[in-house]
Ligand binder design. Structure first.
Ligand SMILES: NC(=O)C1=CN([C@@H]2O[C@H](COP(=O)(O)OP(=O)(O)OC[C@H]3O[C@@H](n4cnc5c(N)ncnc54)[C@H](OP(=O)(O)O)[C@@H]3O)[C@@H](O)[C@H]2O)C=CC1
Ligand SMILES: O=C(O)[C@@H]1CCC=N1
Length: 279
């Protein structure tokens, strides 16, 4: 809790809240956090009540007081947000961007000054302190800036420093990753209903199965395919089930899904550049 920096969060959605929850537990006093959004005042008041953070009437007002500016709006809204805050930005601040697909170079361009930018890709498990976050520094970001970002994101999970070119892939893999797991759970719940299991019992069993498998992956040195084979008795139930997944080309579908999400991250970056060029 020894961080004395003032942090402005521009955007007050689900990722912003996940970060506030983590930062107020382990990174800084809530009074050091100022949160702002575009129009939803009730949302800001709710965050202030729940976490004790401060709010600001405008993004520019928040940025004027800040050492670290966290961009937590959707990529499509960043040009408008940066337009509003650019006049208040100073080169001794640090911009931390959570935006999918948007490069540090684009943020630097929108800022219009030589400001340090760190691009981060966390995931929503930050809300329970279990985000897998990757970070990369822009042209003006030093090791100290990366260290600040690392410390901040470590309050909501684990952090890897990666080359920026890898962040599209990280976004497709672990940024979007929780949704893939939830999708699997949705399918398991539908299957449980289909085979006649009582809903609450099925939910409990599915959750424990996911947590148990994740803990096994973490605790063991074995490759996932080895752990899978240990479940699979010859001629047994698992073998019969996995054969169906193979018929449906389950692994190919997952690989195509992550490739598509990665490409989409690249597209989000290009779409913003095209919009900036047009404006
Ligand atoms: N959700 C996820 O799983 C992850 C998201 N991200 C990234 O995090 C960012 C935020 O995502 P998420 O929290 O899901 O988004 P939300 O839609 O939940 O929240 C977006 C927030 O941005 C605010 N906002 C929009 N435009 C402006 C503006 N011009 N000035 C100030 N605030 C503005 C909105 O305010 P208002 O309601 O008033 O319009 C809202 O509070 C995205 O860029 C996303 O790519 C990264 C990793 C994971
Ligand atoms: O779907 C999205 O674009 C964001 C980025 C990663 C997770 N959610």
């Amino acid at each position: 809790m020894n961080n004395e920096r003032t942090i402005a969060l521009i955007g007050a959605g689900s990722m912003a809240e996940a970060l506030i929850a983590g930062m107020t537990k382990a990174f800084c006093h809530p009074a050091h956090i100022i949160v702002t959004n575009r129009q939803n005042r009730a949302r800001l008041e709710e965050l202030a009540r729940q976490y004790g953070v401060r709010t600001a009437g405008s993004a520019q007002e928040a940025v004027k007081q800040a050492d670290v500016v966290i961009l937590a709006m959707k990529p499509k809204d960043v040009a408008e947000a940066m337009n509003a805050i650019a006049p208040a930005l100073r080169a001794n601040q640090l911009i931390l961007s959570l935006l999918a697909g948007i490069t540090t170079e684009t943020i630097e361009q929108l800022a219009g000054c030589d400001i340090p930018v760190v691009r981060a890709m966390p995931n929503t498990s930050a809300a329970v302190g279990l985000s897998a976050t990757a970070i990369a520094g822009g042209r003006f970001a030093s090791k100290e800036h990366l260290d600040v970002a690392k410390q901040l994101f470590e309050t909501v999970g684990i952090v890897a420093v990666v080359p920026e070119r890898d962040l599209h892939a990280v976004t497709g893999l672990s940024g979007s990753g929780p949704a893939y797991v939830y999708y699997l759970v949705e399918a398991m719940e539908k299957a449980a209903a289909d085979i006649g299991l009582e809903r609450d019992i099925a939910k409990t069993l599915i959750l424990q199965t996911i947590i148990g498998a994740a803990e096994m992956l973490k605790a063991s040195d074995k490759h996932p395919s080895v752990l899978r084979r240990e479940v699979t008795s010859p001629g047994g139930t698992t073998e019969a089930g996995i054969k169906v997944l193979e018929q449906y080309r389950f692994q190919e579908a997952v690989i195509a899904c992550i490739r598509r999400a990665t490409a989409r991250s690249e597209e989000l970056g290009s779409a913003l550049l095209a919009a900036i060029a047009e404006a």
